[in-house]
Ligand binder design. Structure first.
Ligand code: NAD
Length: 485
């Protein structure tokens, strides 16, 4: 096979996967590991021509894939899910080299979850189109018909798992896909293409086209022959993609950034809250859902901060391949500068670090876990997503103030609330604007439940049948009662 590289002992193709074939571009982009800057590969960089040929392949494959129905697709997708699980160790190792996320997290959570994403939606699709709604004159048969070709664009902070979160419902619905993985961590999605082939997915059903966002991604979003565009990434990029899709009225699903509040009430289990708060630094804070704004009730602020400090002091910063590491590197020098820039500007504006604020000794791209005090609500550091190990600290006196601060940004992806009083916690949870509110926990995601962002954190919901609402054309067949012989 031409155009391959070896990463963590695993052979990975650096070419696209179009119509069941590996196809290389003459243009390449360099791909380096954030762990130590090592050059991993030169990866094929698609332009409009490669995107065109992938969309055409997906279009050709669509009628036969759709005609298989959920029952016909189920064994193929089940083999795909098993193939992911069987290769979990290799996928996890490649992902860690490529994006610096924790190896232990990839091996034990993210890759198994990816396999589950495929299996869950394959199973669930079999139960679609069973619903009928009776009315006096007609019987309404609700059908979930495949919509066509979907463009799927994903980010670098968990590319394999996040891509299956789209590929699973897309293929189970009977759509075919063109995936554009992130250029900062493209390799694990290339493995996904190999596993699709191994599982016997027909050629053209899943296409993977590597490339730069502004070129390959933009060409995919603007393509006139896609029927759906699902995107996970930053709010700024979503605006561009949304504008492109508006021209052809292509429906979009957006999972975007966040600036989630982490609210600790005086009646909380402060030890549990402190441990979970420390977990917001995992993967160097490059987690969209992270509760990056610590809001603590004033009367327990000192006590909580002492416990939080102790929990953070146990977090090891370093090589993400080491099982004891909890905070690895930032993804690229460019992103490092961005994170450092946010902190520097906040410090110049008079904000004080409670801890951290500097480069960590582990290497060029490692930043200390940081907590910033003395912030006010309108400051950039409170309003904008940093996407690094940087949290802010604010206190509140009562529930009104907690709600005002909690809801005081343009984001609405998630929130975390710690309180031992169920009535209090649920009342607060209802008042916070967010797609997901975790009460006394974090990062627990049931696939049957809705997931998505409010305000600038997204458009639409995924999970359960919400995913199928997007990937299908939902149809009602209203059949007149007594009209059949
Ligand atoms: P990004 O928006 O820069 O890139 C995401 C993807 O979009 C990449 O594949 C990129 O190549 C592509 N892209 C870039 N410009 C494009 C354009 N003009 N047209 C089409 N595609 C383009 O985001 P990122 O830096 O890769 O990821 C980090 C962001 O993703 C953060 O904001 C994070 O919060 C968000 N995120 C959200 C979720 C969620 O579920 N809500 C999950 C993970 C990450």
């Amino acid at each position: 096979m031409a155009d391959t590289t070896k990463v963590a002992g695993v052979e990975v193709s650096t070419a696209h996967y179009i119509d069941g074939q590996r196809v290389a571009s003459t243009e390449k982009f360099p791909n380096c590991s954030p762990i130590d800057g090592k050059h991993l590969a030169d990866v094929s960089a698609a332009g409009a021509a490669e995107i065109d040929s992938a969309v055409a392949a997906a279009r050709r494959a669509f009628p036969a894939w759709a005609a298989l129905g959920p029952e016909g697709r189920h064994p193929i997708l089940s083999r795909f899910a098993r193939a992911i699980q069987d290769h979990a160790k290799d996928i996890a190792a490649v992902e860690t080299e490529d994006n610096g996320s924790l190896l232990i997290g990839n091996a034990t959570r993210m890759v198994p979850r990816a396999a589950h994403n495929i299996q869950f939606f394959a199973d669930r699709a079999r139960k679609l189109s069973d619903e009928t709604i009776d009315s006096p004159e007609v019987v309404n048969h609700v059908r979930y018909d495949p919509a066509g070709v979907a463009g799927l664009i994903t980010p670098w902070n968990g590319p394999f798992m996040l891509t299956t979160w789209k590929v699973g419902p897309c293929l189970a619905a009977g759509d075919t896909a063109v995936v554009k993985p992130p250029e900062w961590a493209p390799l694990s999605c290339s493995l996904m293409a190999d596993l699709a082939a191994e599982a016997g997915l027909p050629a053209g059903v899943l296409n993977v086209v590597q490339g730069i966002g502004e070129e390959a991604g933009a060409a995919l979003a603007a393509h006139p022959d896609i029927d759906r565009l699902s995107f996970t990434g930053s709010t700024d990029t979503a605006s561009l993609i949304g504008a492109s899709c508006a021209r052809s009225l292509t429906p979009v699903s957006f999972e975007l950034g966040g600036k989630s509040p982490f609210i600790i009430c005086a009646d909380a289990d402060l030890d549990a809250a402190a441990q979970t708060a420390a977990g917001q630094y995992f993967n160097a804070g490059q987690v969209c859902l992270a509760g990056t704004r610590i809001l603590v009730e004033a009367k327990v602020a000192d006590e909580f901060q002492a416990k939080f400090r102790a929990a953070v002091s146990h977090l090891t910063v370093g090589d993400p391949r080491d099982k004891n590491t909890r905070i690895g590197p930032l993804i690229t020098p460019e992103h490092y500068k961005r994170v450092e820039g946010f902190v520097d500007r906040a410090l110049r504006a008079g904000v004080k670090p409670v801890w951290g604020g500097h480069r960590h000794g582990a290497g060029e791209l490692y930043f200390e876990p940081t907590l910033l005090d003395g912030v006010s609500q309108e400051m950039e550091i409170v309003q904008r997503e940093v996407f690094g190990p940087v949290l802010t600290w604010q206190t509140f006196r009562d529930e009104e103030e907690a709600v005002r601060l909690g809801n005081g940004t343009n984001y609405g992806l998630a929130a975390v609330i710690f309180s031992k009083n169920e009535e209090h916690a649920m009342r607060l949870a209802k008042r916070i604007v967010a797609g997901t509110v975790w009460v006394n926990c974090f990062f627990v995601r049931e696939l049957a439940a809705p997931f998505g962002g409010s305000r600038n954190s997204g458009i639409g919901r995924e999970g359960g049948n919400w995913s199928f609402d997007f990937y299908c054309d939902v149809k009602n067949i209203a059949a007149m009662k007594g009209s059949f012989v």
